[in-house]
Write a protein that binds this ligand. Sequence first.
Ligand code: TXA
Ligand code: MG
Length: 341
Amino acid sequence: MRPRVLKVDPLRVDPEILRQASEVIHNRGLVAFPTETVYGLGANALDVKAVSGIFEAKKRPLDDPLIVHIERREDLYALAKEVPPEAEKLADRFWPGPLTLVLKKSDKVPDLVTTGLDTVALRMPSNAVAKKLIETAGVPIAAPSANLFGRPSPTTARHVIDDLDGRIDMVLDGGSTDIGIESTVVEFIEGRTIVLRPGGTDVEKLRLVVGRVEVAGEAERIKSSPGTYPQHYSPEADIVLVADGPSQVNETIEVASDLASRGRKVGIMAREEHAGSFDGFDVKVLGPGADGKVCASRLFHILREFDADEVGVIVAEGIPEKGLGLAVMNRLRKASGPDTV
Ligand code: TXA
Ligand code: MG
């Protein structure tokens, strides 16, 4: 089945479109919709049959739990059994927005949504289309990123269709997403606040609200998010990541030349300030290295563009892990596996 693709103006969302999308949700169907981070693939979170359709359409393994999207604060208390004070504070400050809170689940949440875990991931998005879809449907909406499992997350309706044509019912096309990288996922364990996945909400800003915040996978090996598989967010092309540093331009040229001399079709994902240094290569500009926000907004789009060019290997320049740069580097490392130079 071809998905119905409906254009929506986020500034003036047509109620008739919302009514049709809501009907799909109530018929246990799948609706892809824009959020402020990336496009989500939504189904009624309280209906196991609907939720199982998400796993099928994405070819997502059954041990990778879903985020439940809500529109009213009351639903936080209906779907979570306990809400620690740190979670309350973060929700007060960052909802609606790109922050997901992992909390002890209530019995209302089907086990399939959480893939059997006793916690549920909850998020209140700020995108107007997402908000109004949840409001009109009147149910919480389970939604992972609307890509095939393992592929870069979609930041446009086109990306969704490229991955999921024939597998879902409807796409609400609200244009490019603002942030371009997924939400920050936070869990609370015995009084500790732990970032399981860096994302659209800057970790430094979380610290301003709750004080100490740990990042999983840093200094000490804290548990990291289930379903954060090593080869994630990957384009078809291989990725070699060149670490940020004083000799980054030279190293990038060396690595790219070496790969090219071995017959590989090479693309360079460059920092804006270095973009003029790679004559003769297929260069795409991620953004100024110091501007994590711009880099985040372009990352997934560029990875997909390299695939469209049939590039075999992307040599990616790393950026400083400040602000959203932390999330950008997290995704690049996952996409590159162990190949950091
Ligand atoms: O910005 C976003 O978060 C987007 C938009 C659509 O909201 N959604 C998204 O969903 O990125 P997904 O499924 O691609 O990523 C969900 C992440 C996974 O890393 C998963 O492991 C984690 O959230 N997660 C979900 N439930 C969890 C739980 N109970 N405990 C720990 N991690 C959980
Ligand atoms: Mg995803």
